[in-house]
Design a protein around this ligand. Structure first.
Ligand SMILES: CCc1nc(N)nc(N)c1OCCCOc1ncccc1N1CCC(C(F)(F)F)CC1
Length: 183
């Protein structure tokens, strides 16, 4: 502001969907389709800047590139990398500084595993979609699966929805919304 008052930096949130064993990715994408999770992701992140790694950007279906209704900040070591509709930067630190230029309350890190690892120790909130495959269609882990970060002990589970049990997706996959906040 005019008086030079420092605007508070946005709080950092991480958002991911994980299957059994903490798997978040396979072959450059997510090996499931849970429409309810897309809606959840949209609802949590809408209006806030999102930060993602290049691989996650490239995993987005073209109609979602950039993610609509928010600043897209892509982190890549490639300085000349063209990301139509996104701001490109070379590090998570630079991305967080970019996100802090406006007075957003939150900035959401939306993937992938490298981004989560690099920033989780500075994060304030984790929004985790916990997926469980139908008994008749077990989720078989693969060697090169990508995994969610370990959740530091400083985080507390502050909400689970549903409290008991789980929802069932049209696709038969069961899911819960988990929220962790830094204590
Ligand atoms: C949703 C997938 C998702 N779920 C949670 N809980 N945390 C994430 N970090 C996440 O990965 C976001 C980047 C990858 O996203 C997609 N990957 C494949 C297909 C579709 C998408 N979506 C569809 C919704 C779209 C909208 F803008 F509408 F939200 C964003 C792109």
């Amino acid at each position: 502001g005019a008086d030079g008052a420092r605007r508070p930096s946005p709080r950092i949130g991480l958002i991911w969907a994980e299957a059994e064993g903490g798997v978040i990715g396979r072959d450059g994408g997510m090996p499931w389709h849970v429409p309810e999770d897309l809606a959840h992701f949209k609802q949590v992140t809408i209006g806030a800047p999102v930060i993602m790694g290049r691989k996650t950007w490239e995993s987005l279906p073209h109609r979602f590139r950039p993610l609509p209704g928010r600043r897209n900040i892509v982190v890549t070591r490639r300085s000349d990398w063209p990301a139509e509709g996104a701001e490109v930067t070379g590090s998570i630190e630079a991305a967080l500084e970019l996100a802090a230029e406006r007075h957003d309350e939150w900035v959401w890190v939306t993937g992938g595993a490298e981004m989560y690892q690099a920033v989780i120790d500075r994060a304030h909130r984790l929004e985790v979609t916990e997926l469980r495959h139908a008994d008749g269609d077990p989720f078989v882990p693969a060697d090169d699966d990508v995994h969610a970060p370990m959740i530091p002990a400083a985080f507390r589970l502050t909400s689970a929805d549903p409290i008991e049990g789980e929802y069932v997706s049209r696709s038969g996959i069961r899911y819960r919304w988990l929220r962790y906040d830094r204590a």
